[in-house]
Ligand binder design. Structure first.
Ligand code: NAD
Length: 414
């Protein structure tokens, strides 16, 4: 199943509950604008190379569109379309005054030098600068992009349009970035994991956690949860699965990863090292946190997952038919549009600070993030209980209702 079809499947389950007509569903699902551009650069060896870049602007009923910029070989229009739509529902479920967008370039950034990456980013901005801006569409980091890419993006955009640091978020803290942005998604994942465990009457010390991915999201979630006394028994990254039945030493793993290229766990030996794919189906895990790629939980492995709770830190890690299998087995799933919304929430705080020329303290960022995430979780949890639906369907219902209401108020939906 393709990525957009999967998002549509989850959208439709909520739309059914809300009794939306087919015409309204079409308006809400279809992107407002989809742009595909040629991105040509000169490689360091002097050869010309051409790549395909995308920006999909899904919906702006609730405010300027917001969404990451991904550099990954599998970036394609269908995936970007799906991720742009997820951003609309994500910003709505945590009630930020934004719509949703997403962009990317189909490249493997690990094969590029720093200067090539800079040229690539600047060439992409040359193609799309007219359709993004602080009041229209605000990009941010995603897989394969980071604060350096955000800086180059801003610098190139400002050559056309003048000083406006709020054109992009996820910037370096010294250059109009927000304190706490880097940790935000992982911290949000951690906060909501603890909240969910509490609601389910489970103790932190008894909740054995496995995390797929030790990048930005996975590493910060692991640190937060281990500090809350949860045993993190397994972590995987591109180099393998690292397992310790009594719980891994997360600070030691973080220190080790800093010594490796691109933060990998390669060479970490103070635990068992298992095959990369074994993490999802380990048999002594209570909470599974996929924090790497989309589409990793499928009909092939859903039956073999032992965890009774799954926190979707990655975007779209569970495919629809696998979601049904897990739901029928009574597994509780905290959906991506809520679980990983911490990143876009602190991006919003960065945008607000840029516009006010005022800097918040890290404490203030964390407090506002925790408040936003907790409040969104409570609304989703209560609706799920009231309507006897999954947390995913409840989250989509809240988000769709907010977007529909804004579109009706603006007169664009009847
Ligand atoms: P990242 O590039 O920093 O880290 C990805 C991690 O996944 C790395 O540790 C990598 O080794 C690992 N990985 C890749 N393939 C793997 C595999 N097959 N098995 C196990 N591990 C594998 O990316 P990130 O920013 O942490 O993003 C992770 C996910 O979270 C993505 O789906 C992204 O869209 C989503 N997300 C990120 C943010 C954010 O603020 N960074 C916000 C919302 C959602």
């Amino acid at each position: 199943m393709k990525a957009f079809e999967a998002t549509k499947y989850f959208f439709d389950q909520a739309a059914e509950r809300l009794e939306l007509s087919p015409a309204v569903r079409e308006v809400l699902l279809m992107a407002k604008r989809e742009v595909q551009v040629q991105v040509t650069i000169e490689r360091d060896n002097g050869e010309l190379a051409t790549y395909v870049g995308f920006r999909v602007q899904h919906d702006n009923s609730r405010g300027p569109m917001k969404g990451g910029l991904r550099y990954h070989p599998e970036v394609n229009l269908d995936e970007v379309r799906s991720l742009a739509s997820l951003m609309t529902w994500k910003t709505a479920v945590v009630d930020l005054p934004y719509g949703g967008a997403k962009g990317g370039i189909g490249v493997d950034p690990s094969l590029f030098s720093r200067r090539e990456l800079e040229r690539l980013t600047r060439a992409f901005v040359d193609q799309i600068h007219d359709i993004v801006g602080p009041d229209t569409d605000i990009p941010a980091p995603d897989m394969g992009t980071d604060f350096r890419v955000m800086s180059w993006f801003r610098n190139q955009w400002e050559k056309y349009h003048g000083f406006h640091p709020s054109v992009i978020t996820g910037k370096p803290v010294e250059e109009y970035g927000a304190k706490g942005r880097e940790e935000a998604t992982g911290r949000g994942v951690g906060t909501l994991t603890l909240k969910l465990l509490k609601r389910m009457g489970k103790k932190n010390e008894k909740s054995r956690i496995a995390i797929q991915g030790f990048g930005n999201v996975g590493s910060h979630a692991a640190k937060f949860l281990s500090e809350a006394q949860c045993p993190i028994v397994a972590i995987s990254d591109m180099s393998g699965t690292y397992y310790h039945a009594d719980g891994l030493d997360i600070n030691d793993m973080l220190r080790h990863s800093l010594t490796q290229p691109r933060g990998a766990l390669t060479g970490y030996t103070k635990c068992e090292v298992l095959p990369i794919d074994s993490l999802l189906t380990l048999d002594d895990v209570d909470v599974l946190i996929p924090a790497a790629l989309g589409g990793v939980i499928t009909t092939n492995n859903a039956d073999k997952i032992s965890a009774s709770v799954i926190i979707e830190a990655a975007n779209g890690p569970i495919l629809p038919l696998a979601d049904k299998i897990l739901h029928d087995r009574g597994v509780t799933i905290l959906p991506d549009i809520l679980a990983n919304a911490g990143g876009v929430t602190v991006s919003y705080f960065e945008w607000v600070q840029n516009r006010q020329h005022y800097k918040w303290t890290l404490d203030r960022v964390r407090q506002e993030l925790d408040r936003t995430m907790n409040s969104a979780f409570d609304s989703v949890w209560e609706l799920a209980q009231q309507q006897d639906v999954s947390l995913r369907t409840a989250a989509f219902m809240i988000a769709i209702k907010r977007v529909r209401h804004a579109a009706i108020l603006a007169g664009s939906l009847g």
